[in-house]
Each structure stands twice: as C-alpha cells, then as structure tokens.
Design a protein. Structure first.
Lengths: 115, 113
C-alpha cells in the first residue's frame, strides 16, 4: 500500500479482555516496529522485526504482550488480559532496509482504551 | 542507557516568530539523530535527520537542526513559524547495537495568530 496501515483505529475494551492490533507495512519494507504512546508521554519502544531474524522484544512491558510477523508482511500485536494502564496509542512503523539511518514511516496508530 | 531529553513540554509562539526546540541526548558514540512531527490526527512524519558530516542539516517545511557534539544537542529551528506548524515535535536518537529509535517525550507547539 501507499503507507503504513493500522487497524482498528480505535478500540474500546473491558479490563481482562484480549485485544489484537494489526499493522500492514509499506510493501517491500523489511523492518517493522511497534511503539506505544501514552498520553503526554513520548514513544516507548515495544518490539522490532527485521526480515526473518529473531525479533528484538526488549521493549515488551510484560508477558501479556506479544507480537508476530510473517515474513515481511503484516504484523499483529496482541495484548492479553488487558489492564487500564495499557490504554495508549499503539504505533506501527516500517523501514525500507537494515541500518539505523533509515527513515521510519509511521501509521496513524491504534488508540486502545481499557475500561 | 541512551536517552533523549526535550526540556520544553509546551511552547507557544506567534505566527512569523522564530522557533527553537531543544533536544539533548545521552549516547557514547556518534549518534544518528532525528526530528519527527506529529500533527493532530496524523502519524509521525520525518522532518530531518543527521548521520555524519555537516552539522547543520536542512529538512522539510523550512526546518533545520544543528548537531553540537560538545553540548550533546540537536536543536530544531525555523526562522518564521506558520500556523500550520502547530503540532507535537519529537526528537529521536538511533541506539547503538540495535536498530531501535529512542524518542523524547515531545514538545507541543502552539502558534498564535
């Protein structure tokens, strides 16, 4: 697609429910990132995928959070047993190739509200 | 650990005035530095980036930033602000040993007519 696409754009859920957030990166981009943006905070790194390499999961805040990516395509971020502190905007970004210097292209985010 | 500090949470300027947004980083080696802008309801967009070489970098929308190693700073500037520049601005640093970007907490810019 033309840009990074994320769905749903908004999700309201009850505490304790599981949620899945989807990211469709720009076609051909090998790197994919998930960030979390809480109200009034900066972007908090969650996880990074690069091609078929093992993902960098160092930012996942707890074992309730997991993410998958098949090849260089769609990624899904799953949050199990959601808590109110999980409320945030979850941003996905992709990059064309390996290396720290490349530009990240961001989606518009999925806003999660846990009641 | 690497970190990025944006000291100003919120800045208000008048349209046509000059702008400087501050960014300081903590990083041992030469960093890769970025400024992103997030307009209301939109995703983040890259304004400019610094890898090496000329320490004054030009970006889109008339923005520039200067890398000052001695001050560990990468401040964003614009000589004359437009109302459409109202947004939130994030500084980010490329983290050595991995490919993740560490972001500051952002500076929200309000532009008065």
């Amino acid at each position: 697609g033309a840009g990074v696409s994320q769905s749903p754009s908004n999700k309201v859920t009850e505490k304790g429910k599981d949620v899945e957030l989807r990211c469709d990166p720009i076609s051909g981009h090998t790197a994919l990132y998930w960030y979390r943006q809480r109200l009034g905070q900066g972007l908090e790194f969650l996880i990074y995928f690069q091609g078929n390499s093992a993902p960098d999961k160092s930012g996942l805040p707890s074992d309730r959070f997991s993410a998958e990516r098949t090849g260089e395509s769609v990624s899904t971020l799953t949050i199990q047993r959601t808590q109110q502190e999980d409320s945030a905007v979850y941003l996905c970004a992709s990059r064309a190739n390996r290396g720290r210097a490349g530009e990240l292209f961001f989606g518009e985010g999925s806003r999660l509200t846990v009641l | 650990a690497q970190s990025v500090t944006q000291p100003d949470i919120h800045i208000t300027v008048s349209e046509g005035a000059s702008l400087e947004l501050r960014c300081n980083y903590s990083y041992g080696a030469t960093p890769y530095l970025f400024w992103y802008v997030q307009s209301p309801g939109q995703g983040l967009q890259l304004l400019l980036k610094y890898f090496s070489g000329d320490t004054l970098v030009q970006g889109i929308k008339g923005f520039e930033a200067e890398f000052k190693r001695s001050q560990s700073s990468f401040n964003l500037r614009k000589p004359s602000v437009h109302w459409s520049d109202a947004a939130e601005y994030f500084c980010a640093v490329g983290q050595g040993g991995s490919e993740k970007l560490v972001f500051g907490k952002g500076t929200k810019l309000t532009v008065n007519p």
